[in-house]
Design a protein. Structure first.
Length: 279
């Protein structure tokens, strides 16, 4: 800051000397006023540290269905996942407000938006408005549908055929640890199983390793939430993964959980554990 002020003063003095020797007297005062304003602005700009945070590199993972259709998963943050499937845009729990802020107005408009439940880090009306187009289909639980003012409501056990090659099943997501049940009571929230041209994706939502997980089978890619007290511990995530046996596992929604522990606990299981930007 001190260096910036010194440079500014030297610049002003040099400019004043030049102006005094070359300009007519009637223009001199105007010139000095303009230069003073300019150098003050310079000092303010160079003396202030930038508050803009560089965003992390975009992390994507690409898969192919058996018929050759492409599925791309983009890690947005926390519980927010972007899925591009055969030219269609799918957003899961899009949230603008969590840091780093996501400007969804710069994203392609969504064909489908899935919202697991109504908590602020999952159900964000601003993000949904930015992603919406007239034909967007929103799939969520009853409470979030009330907040949004629209949406297809799914309950645990429901099935929807959204397109010839897109199906979704709503599965339970809730807490079981004593004292934590209040966060996600049984029967309120959803996890989702997306079947995209036969490629099965399990998105757990906020849950623990509940008994119903044993019924989830033939999963290609699983997203398992990992941050107690709200979802699973690394140990619970590892137990759930061993039951589901996905080909690829993305621990997500993990905040400050020591997520490398999941990788360590699943060594030797044959499950490909991939850590992405889902803090």
């Amino acid at each position: 800051m001190k260096k910036n002020i010194l440079l500014t003063m030297l610049l002003l003095m040099a400019t004043m000397t030049f102006a005094f020797s070359t300009l007519k007297p009637k223009y001199f005062s105007i010139m000095i006023m303009l230069l003073l304003m300019e150098t003050m602005a310079f000092a303010a700009c160079t003396g202030k540290k930038s508050t803009i945070q560089k965003s992390a590199a975009v992390q994507t993972d690409t898969f192919k269905t058996r018929s050759g259709k492409e599925i791309v998963f983009t890690a947005i943050k926390h519980g927010s996942i972007r899925i591009t499937f055969d030219g269609r845009e799918i957003e899961v729990d899009p949230v603008r407000g969590l840091k780093p802020t996501t400007d969804y107005s710069t994203y392609p408009k969504a064909d489908y938006i899935f919202v697991t439940h109504e908590h602020f880090d999952h159900c964000d009306t601003t993000a949904i408005r930015q992603l919406e187009k007239p034909t967007t289909v929103i799939i969520t639980n009853a409470n979030c549908a009330k907040i949004i003012g629209k949406g297809k409501v799914m309950h645990n056990g429901d099935h929807l055929q959204l397109a010839d090659d897109i199906q979704v099943d709503a599965v339970p997501a809730y807490n079981t640890t004593p004292g934590k049940e209040k966060y996600h009571p049984k029967g309120r929230d959803n996890g989702f199983i997306l079947t995209l041209d036969g490629f099965r994706v399990y998105i757990s939502g906020d849950t623990e390793d509940i008994p119903e997980i044993r019924n989830i089978k033939n999963i290609d890619v699983a997203f398992l939430s990992t941050n107690q007290p709200f979802t699973m511990t690394p140990e619970q995530t590892a137990r759930a993964a061993k039951l589901i046996k996905p080909k690829v596992l993305f621990p997500y929604h993990y905040s400050d959980t020591p997520i490398q522990k999941v990788v360590d606990l699943l060594k030797g299981t044959g499950i490909d554990v991939r850590i992405r930007n889902y803090q």
